[in-house]
Design a protein around this ligand. Structure first.
Ligand code: AMP
Ligand code: ZN
Length: 115
């Protein structure tokens, strides 16, 4: 738990959010500023600032995040049509919250390349 980290506070329920999935390793909640009909943020409960801070110890956790994202896509009925998983990193990636997270975006056709 990092002080002043909004996602740590969401994971500990100190800050309310619209949680759609939780287990011992991760929490998923609806994005407060959705960019698509389905926009879920998936975070590890462990505070890891960016993808650059991952270590080999986190390998299982990262794999778990992908499996949970795939399961959520089915639950949200966007698996068949398709969706996007995004992890922004640092300034040019557009990261605004420095607690590792994956965006699950779907429910509309997404453009490529991103802006
Ligand atoms: P990023 O810009 O990749 O770091 O993504 C951070 C995401 O977290 C943005 O899409 C924000 O809209 C979202 N976000 C920030 N604060 C909250 C919050 N309190 N509850 C839900 N989503 C949030
Ligand atoms: Zn955190």
């Amino acid at each position: 738990m990092a002080e002043d980290c909004i996602f740590c506070k969401i994971a500990s329920k100190e800050v309310p959010s619209s949680i759609v999935y939780e287990d011992d390793l991760v929490v998923a909640f609806n994005d407060i500023d959705p960019q698509a009909p389905v926009h879920i943020v998936l975070i590890p409960k462990k505070h890891i600032p960016t993808v650059l801070n991952l270590t080999h110890e986190d390998q299982k956790l990262v794999g778990h995040m992908f499996l949970v994202a795939a399961s959520l896509s089915r639950e949200q009925q966007i698996a068949q049509d398709g969706f996007r998983l995004v992890t922004n990193c640092n300034r040019d990636g557009g990261q605004s919250v420095y607690h590792l997270h994956m965006h699950l975006l779907g429910g509309r056709s997404l453009t490529w390349p991103p802006g």
